[in-house]
Design a protein around this ligand. Sequence first.
Ligand code: PGA
Length: 300
Amino acid sequence: MKKKVKKVSKKLIKSKKTHKKDISKPSKKNIQKKQVISPKILRKKKIVIGNWKENPATSEDVKNIISGVKSVVKDLKKTDIILCAPHAFISQVSSSFSKNLNKNVSVGAQDLSVKKGGSFTGEVSGTMIRSVGATYVIIGHSERRAVGETDEIVNTKLLLALQSDLKPIVCVGESVRDDQGEYLSYIKNQIKSALNGMSPKYADKIIIAYEPIWAVGSKEMQTVSPYEMHQMSIFIKKYLIEILGLAPATMVPVVYGGSVTAENAAAIVGEGEADGVLVGRESLDLIKFKQLLKNVDLVK
Ligand code: PGA
């Protein structure tokens, strides 16, 4: 297995030489350390990611969401929350949660610039995002891919995020499920190109969000069944073993997103064995979101 990981990372190093801090170069020490990690240390905590999208409208509204989330976090034993706010509110959200009292709450951004800085009006770099308190960033969300974000851009953003000490939440998902299973190779390719050039030593920094496009924002609240999620989770994890090696792959949580509600979240995480959920609309409805958090937390 050691040999295999070395071979993979060597290949990856060749394909990415442009970034200054070479995040593709795994040290021998690190690979060996990760290789002996037993699968027993697989994360026990579930992850609930709230993706606020272009909401809420004002900083006053943000205050309400924060106090609602605060009222429930102290009761959560097995759930980590990542609130992905618009850039304008990241600083407000991160300063509202105490690093000591709210250890299970982190803040994320919903995108980062494809550039490190410079004359790019309107763009926000990974370093800027990190400096105002975010530790995660969503990358390759289908709503961004829909406005022209290619697999190549997603990959550049992933590498830039890691360089900026941000943990990427990489979204992948098909637009339709065909009977021949073509969507499976589509997802494989999305993962392969998103992680191109990333050393396996960064595996513990990334989250894969499986978000079928037909389920994201669906009016009918269409989702995968828990059984389908279980299958998809196994499929993605097996592929991660192929490209990262066994021990690094076991560190990557695979979560589900797309019309997650307080009613369906527990089954997706329980029977579906997702490592968590990514919630859009319901993360802004405080009554429902609080219930969703409690339901996920109760999953054994
Ligand atoms: P939704 O959004 O929960 O509103 O479908 C999911 C997402 O942000 O991907």
